[in-house]
Design a protein around this ligand. Structure first.
Ligand code: NI
Length: 187
């Protein structure tokens, strides 16, 4: 299945980006990175940076959708913001993108990622790019309390993501592949 490419290189819309960023900063206020004192906003900024760097290398079809979904991608899963709230504030494309990027908490853990990937594949390719960027950022050295079994499972899940979504963007796919190869040695 090839990703849809609906939009053609729209002009960047920094006002909308900032609105999404402020919404994310408000919603994630007080949330920390797991096992760290850093604010969770660090993760969201890192994902958006990945997307902008990738876009400068090879255009992401709808960079506005990618940046806004990148900023908002954990508002639903982590903070319980509803799809309807996102739709009213950021429109249907963003709301449905973030919904697809959110794991369904009602499913068993080992099925939730496959389910999310299936839903992402029905989204425009720019939403696929958000998931690739998210996993690139998350393939940092694992927390010391992770068992080797958990590290191995996380690596395997990353391979699944690459296989499911890599067709969306060659440079992001290459970067994720490289991160997987060096994980958990990457620093
Ligand atoms: Ni994330």
């Amino acid at each position: 299945m090839e990703p849809m490419n609906l939009a053609c290189d729209p002009s960047p819309a920094p006002d909308v980006w900032r609105d999404a960023w402020k919404f994310a900063a408000t919603v994630h206020h007080g949330q920390k990175m797991p096992g760290s004192d850093l604010p969770y906003l660090y993760h969201l900024g890192a994902v958006v940076m990945e997307l902008l760097a990738a876009h400068s290398e090879s255009p992401i079809a709808d960079i506005n959708l990618a940046v806004v979904c990148g900023a908002l991608h954990d508002t639903e899963e982590d903070q319980g913001v509803s799809t309807e709230t996102l739709r009213q504030r950021f429109g249907a494309a963003v709301a449905s993108g973030v919904e697809a990027l959110s794991k369904n908490g009602a499913l068993p853990k080992n099925q939730a990622m496959a389910d999310s990937l299936k839903r992402i594949r029905h989204q425009p390719s720019s939403v696929w790019c958000v998931k690739l960027a998210d996993r690139i950022v998350n393939l940092a050295p694992p927390p010391s309390h992770w068992t080797s079994q958990k590290v191995t499972a996380y690596r395997a899940e990353s391979v699944l993501i690459l296989e499911a979504l890599g067709a969306a963007h060659a440079p992001l796919a290459a970067r994720l592949e490289k991160k997987i190869q060096t994980y958990p040695l990457d620093t």
